[in-house]
Design a protein. Structure first.
Length: 255
């Protein structure tokens, strides 16, 4: 119920229960300003739980004003808990469906004669074999063009669309991406099909990459910068894949 308590406090500051329409002093102005700031996210949060904003505010107002309740107070907690349990069950069902859908997609993709499937489930296809002789190691940096998408075709990030290659350590990206890079020579273009356990797993990333998502990357290896990354310098944490509103801020960080 901690989340509910936070929301109730937020609504207290965003409704006209205590708000002063005539801001007569500094306290009134500060209270109103803070209410507006908190309200920025309140509508989306209430909506994400599937709640009626009007009924939510009515219930809060009735309780604060000690007016006659539409629901007996001894039933409030049980009704709320039942609702949140239903939400949790729906989320778990959606998760199972998402995982099964992505697993089935990989099994079907595995049948493609041009697709190589490794023991750990990672899949890739060679679109173009480069003329280079060396492949990058775990301690190298690479310069690549890439486009990342989901199995439904949704593109979540693309250096190709930005028109600027990305540079990063081989060991600074998700495992599936690194493992494909280590098989490529300069000038090669591969398509990697990365199962979720070699990507973002059950947590997903951002608002686009859901838990259990298979990631599809078109990768063009442009340059290898040999031995330029020590263990201490390497990026060891997986960086959230940029979504459309974060591309510029994370242009050279991905997966």
């Amino acid at each position: 119920m901690k989340r509910i308590t936070t929301i109730l406090l937020s609504v207290l500051l965003t409704t006209n229960i205590f708000a002063q329409k005539n801001l007569s002093n500094e306290l009134d102005s500060a209270s109103y300003a803070i209410g507006c700031i908190i309200a920025t996210n309140m509508a989306d949060e209430i909506s994400s739980m599937g709640l009626s904003q009007d009924m939510f505010i009515n219930g809060f107002s009735d309780m604060m004003k000690k007016e006659k309740m539409s629901i007996p107070t001894d039933q409030l907690h049980s009704i709320a808990e039942k609702y949140f349990k239903k939400i949790q069950q729906n989320e778990e069902a959606d998760m199972q469906e998402q995982c099964l859908k992505n697993s089935d997609w990989l099994l079907e993709n595995k049948k493609n004669k041009d697709v190589v499937t490794l023991e750990n489930g990672l899949q890739y296809k060679i679109v173009k074999k480069g003329d280079g002789k060396e492949t990058p190691t775990n301690n190298d940096q690479v310069v690549v063009h890439y486009k990342g998408s989901l199995i439904d075709g949704t593109v979540f990030d693309s250096s190709i669309d930005r028109g600027e290659p990305a540079t990063f350590p081989v060991n600074g990206v998700i495992p599936g991406f690194s493992q494909v890079l280590e098989r490529m020579t300069v000038g090669s273009t591969y398509i990697a099909y990365i199962p979720s356990d070699l990507g973002y797993g059950m947590r997903g990333a951002g608002s686009v990459i859901k838990p259990c998502s298979t990631l599809i990357f078109e990768i063009q290896l442009l340059e290898i910068k040999k031995g330029n990354v020590s263990t201490e310098e390497a990026i060891t944490e997986e960086v959230e894949a940029p979504t459309s509103d974060k591309k510029q801020a994370k242009k050279n960080k991905k997966k």
